[in-house]
Design a protein around this ligand. Structure first.
Ligand code: ZN
Length: 576
């Protein structure tokens, strides 16, 4: 029977279950065996909520995280994360740490400041472009604020690991990263300073690197399942980090920056740049041609080339492509880039823009056009898949005519096979069993930690506020009263403490004089999974009665006894 005696203590802190002398001894050394939840008083806890909208926020997650008191803008693209956000992040970090431990990865911490010298060894100091935050120390030595940490992890392992017996090795960190976004927006989704988990694995051979890729694939799936949002894994393009196999993990949301094509039948999913599909219906044998050139060529033309002539343009840029497509279809510039080995993004170039430069035009033909029986001067052309796949294309992996669906996603994780690119550049070699020096085969695995917080809010909110999945909610419940009578105060305090003792994290809204409607609106805005309302069903005399429990996600309301509330909310063991 739950006691509803009022608390003696002025400040309610996390409760503790009674335990045996052995448990007490062990908990002194190893921490509490069965963790009591946290209990805070709303009047003392820093949650600066706001009634008015923030003008700088263009999407719901940004607006809600500001209004519900999770964060404030510091400067453009940078944020102060407040106590509620830190609690969410800590829960997320616990989920990620558990997954990494399961995958055999070991946690460490790397500096934010990375030396120019190190980045020059891989050539990335020159190729990273304007998004790299660069600075100098008082001695004039160059640094960047790390956007990713391949170089320094590889350097560490190159120094400390020399034998195949020390491999495989997987290391990771969770820390702040920096990117000089040209236009930061959407709050934590496109910030200049953000929190990432990045892991790097080192292997004696390709098979073992492939094994770890699959382990991370499964681990990521388990992590995103535990976060509790709708997510998909998609085939992706390696971009400039690596050149090998890669998959992205997206939380599905209408505001996602990436367009994904998804087969509901077999689960095939790929992002825009990578997706393949069969055109449904007849293909036009009429075709249109699109001229493409590297975007750098356009920049060069705009600056000096038009006057100075081709000699000022690096030779790698002097390529121009003419792609023949069936009418009504769109060229996928990334597929062209992959096929012709062009390192940079492609842009359309008007023929008239090339007055003083003699550039050969390379001809390409999309395979659907070639297969349609279209005739033309295609003999010298490279035939391939250069078409941007569309919603309604038929899935290539399904034998049935299954149309692909378009969804939008927020990228929150990516896994890469790096091969030996970094180990070769940084001398990460080991002696194999026969004493021969070999470069280590590497993989890297990222999760956008602060990004997930925004992505989850984006995919899980309503008109009243945030709807946290229980995995990430800053607190499991808030306990509030409909009035300020003594028996309501006493009962709410006792219920809050009983919940904390059972392992739930609880806010006791002790602003007794404030209106019930105001407190309830705030609870819905903040997004606690459960709101426990102590009101008219609580008996003033015997300290017995019932309370109302509102489940934020389903909207279900139940009127139950305080004991039943504790049973309902106490955390269930999570197994993996
Ligand atoms: Zn399919």
């Amino acid at each position: 029977m739950l006691s509803l005696r009022p608390l003696k203590r002025a400040v309610v802190t996390a409760g503790r279950r009674s335990c045996s002398p052995l448990q007490r001894h062990m908990s002194r050394h190893f921490g509490s065996l069965s963790r009591a939840g946290d209990l805070v008083r709303r009047s003392e806890y820093f949650i600066p909520t706001a009634k008015e909208d923030f003008h700088e926020a263009a999407i719901p997650s940004h607006q809600l995280l500001l209004r519900a008191g999770y964060m404030r803008k510091s400067s453009n693209g940078m944020f102060m994360l407040l106590p509620l956000a830190i609690r969410v992040m800590e829960k997320l970090v616990r989920i990620i740490d558990k997954g990494m431990a399961h995958a055999g990865a070991q946690k460490l911490s790397m500096p934010f400041l990375l030396s120019q010298e190190l980045w020059e060894k891989t050539g990335r100091w020159a190729t990273a472009g304007g998004e790299l935050m660069r600075l100098h120390d008082r001695h004039g030595k160059g640094y960047c604020l790390g956007p990713t940490h391949e170089e320094i992890f590889t350097e560490l392992v190159a120094r400390e690991v020399s034998s195949h017996k020390q491999l495989p090795l997987t290391l990771y960190q969770i820390g702040t990263k920096f990117r000089d976004e040209i236009r930061p927006r959407f709050g934590l989704l496109r910030a200049r300073e953000f929190v990432m988990k990045d892991a790097y694995s080192f292997h004696a051979d390709t098979d073992d690197a492939e094994r770890m890729y699959n382990v991370m694939d499964e681990t990521y799936s388990a992590i995103f399942d535990e976060v509790g949002c709708e997510w998909v894994k998609v085939e992706a393009d390696g971009g400039n980090i690596g050149s090998g196999k890669t998959h992205e993990f997206h939380i599905l949301s209408d505001v996602g920056e990436d367009r994904l094509l998804h087969c509901p039948c077999c689960g095939y999913a790929a992002n825009d740049e990578q997706a393949v599909g069969d055109v449904s219906g007849p293909v036009s044998s009429k075709h249109s041609t699109v001229y493409l050139a590297p975007v750098d060529l356009k920049a060069a033309l705009a600056n000096s080339a038009a006057e100075a002539g081709a000699s000022d343009v690096p030779s790698g840029m002097l390529r121009r492509f003419c792609v023949a497509m069936p009418e009504g279809q769109t060229v996928n510039a990334q597929k062209v880039a992959n096929a012709v080995g062009c390192e940079f993004e492609l842009g359309e170039v008007d023929v008239g823009e090339l007055p003083n430069i003699d550039v050969d035009v390379e001809h390409l033909v999309d395979q659907t056009l070639a297969q349609s029986g279209a005739t033309g001067a295609f003999d010298d052309s490279l035939v391939g898949d250069f078409r941007l796949a569309q919603e309604g294309d038929l899935c290539k992996d399904c034998s049935q005519d299954q149309p692909l669906l378009a969804r939008r996603g927020i990228e929150v994780g990516q896994i890469f096979r790096l091969g030996t690119k970094y180990s070769n550049a940084l001398g990460a070699v080991f002696d194999d069993a026969k004493g021969r020096k070999q470069p280590m085969d590497m993989g890297c695995y990222g999760i956008g930690v602060s990004r997930i917080i925004a992505a989850v809010v984006e995919s899980s909110h309503d008109d009243c506020g945030i709807v946290w999945p229980s995995s990430l909610a800053p607190f499991n419940a808030v306990v509030l009263t409909t009035g300020s009578q003594k028996h309501l105060k006493d009962a709410s305090q006792s219920i809050a403490e009983a919940l904390a003792n059972s392992g739930a994290d609880v806010v006791l809204d002790d602003r007794w004089k404030d209106g019930f409607g105001y407190k309830l609106s705030e609870a819905e805005l903040v997004g606690y999974p459960f709101v426990v309302i102590v009101g008219r069903d609580m008996h003033p005399d015997k300290g017995s009665g019932r309370v109302e429990v509102r489940h934020r996600q389903s909207g279900d309301v139940s009127v139950i006894t305080p004991e039943e509330v504790v049973n309902l909310l106490s955390p269930k063991p999570v197994s993996r």
